[in-house]
Structure formats: structure tokens, C-alpha cells
Design a protein around this ligand. Structure first.
Ligand code: 5GP
Ligand code: ZN
Length: 119
């Protein structure tokens, strides 16, 4: 299938392909995880599907991939040793959700006490 312009230009597609370097912490045939370039906490990892999906809003009917991404997010949190102290999983959609990269990703955040404020 021919990629559309969005995929061609997509930074996380390029990271998943290995065309842009990243600090990878996990990779399988469907999902990649890599450290955020501008970390907001001592552990800040992004978990993304390999295939281009604009945001979680596109995955209403693909619980399997959504489940894979969330499962990897938990795997990463445990590997970062965050389970005992706690961690946050977050995903943003669209303008009001403050999404800046239009390729679905779940933030894994931990390693300090996070603010209870979510917006
Ligand atoms: P959003 O605001 O879309 O939920 O989060 C996008 C995240 O991607 C931000 O936390 C930002 O720091 C991170 N980011 C943007 N470009 C890159 C990049 O090229 N490499 C990595 N590792 N993270 C990036
Ligand atoms: Zn993409």
C-alpha cells in the first residue's frame, strides 16, 4: 500500500522505521517504545504502534492494537521500576487534548510525584 503524505512526514513513523535515531527501550513487530526527547519526569517513555495511526481516536474499533500498546506501556513502566512508587499512562488527542505529534503514542511517566492536575 502506498503511504500517504502524513506517514511520509511523520516523525514517529520515521523513528519506528529507524530512519530517525531514538533511545529505544522496547520493540516488537507491532509496537515501539523510546525515551521522550524532552522528558517531563525522570522516566518518560513514549509507546507507539509501528503503523501510522493518527491518535487513539482512530482505534475505537481496534481494541487489539490498543491493548497491545497499553500492554507494552505497562511492561515499560515495570521495566523502569515504577510499579511500586506509581506511574501515569496518558495519551492526547487533537488540539484541546494538546496533541503535538499526530501519531498515536502513550506517555509513560514516573520517577517523581506527579501533579494531580490533568489539564
Ligand atoms: P504529545 O504532546 O503529542 O502528546 O507528545 C509528543 C511528545 O513527543 C512530546 O513529549 C515531545 O517531547 C516528544 N517528541 C517530539 N519529537 C520527538 C522526537 O523526534 N523524538 C522523541 N524521542 N520524542 C519526540
Ligand atoms: Zn506516523
Amino acid at each position: 500500500m502506498r503511504s500517504n503524505a502524513t506517514e511520509q512526514d511523520c516523525v514517529f513513523c520515521a523513528i519506528a522505521r529507524g530512519d530517525i535515531p531514538s533511545d529505544s527501550v522496547y520493540s516488537d513487530d507491532q509496537v515501539v517504545a523510546f525515551r521522550d526527547i524532552n522528558p517531563q519526569a525522570p522516566s518518560h517513555v513514549l509507546v507507539a504502534p509501528r503503523r501510522h495511526v493518527a491518535s487513539v481516536n482512530q482505534l475505537k474499533d481496534d481494541g487489539e492494537l490498543l491493548g497491545r500498546v497499553m500492554s507494552v506501556a505497562v511492561t515499560v513502566a515495570q521495566a523502569e521500576d515504577l510499579a511500586a512508587s506509581g506511574y501515569r499512562l496518558a495519551t492526547n488527542h487533537g488540539r484541546d487534548g494538546a496533541q503535538t505529534v499526530p501519531h498515536l503514542h502513550v506517555h509513560v511517566l514516573g520517577g517523581r510525584a506527579l501533579s494531580g492536575r490533568l489539564g
